[in-house]
Design a binder for this molecule. Structure first.
Ligand code: FES
Length: 109
């Protein structure tokens, strides 16, 4: 179990990125709150595997309805990670398990 941040630090329609581990064991995760629910995905684009954010914690498209990959512009639905436009359309971000424990968002893998 890895503590990511306090629950209240991620507001509705907001997302944050986290990295932990070293080298090839490093894990990149993005956590967002959408329609009241926390969602978490690996921060790995299904197209060629780059992180989605071009600036730390900038995951949302300006329309505030999609996540966007900075590398080639693929658009993803926040609620399930499905790619709905771009080179990996029809693929999806890999969901990961998180929980809120004593006010902390924790990563469970
Ligand atoms: S790496 Fe994300 S769209 Fe190409």
């Amino acid at each position: 179990m890895i503590r990511l941040c306090r629950d209240e630090e991620i507001e509705e329609g907001d997302a944050r990125g986290f990295r932990f581990g070293e080298g090839s064991d490093q894990t990149r995760v993005l956590v967002l709150r959408w329609e009241g629910a926390l969602k978490a995905y690996l921060n790995v684009c299904p197209h060629v595997g780059t992180p989605l954010d071009w600036v730390p914690d900038k995951f949302f498209h300006p329309d505030d309805r999609h996540l966007i990959c900075a590398t080639h512009g693929a658009l993803f639905l926040p609620e399930n990670g499905l790619c709905v436009a771009g080179p990996c359309e029809g693929e999806a971000l890999q969901a990961v398990e998180i929980a809120v424990e004593k006010g902390w968002i924790v990563y469970r893998g």
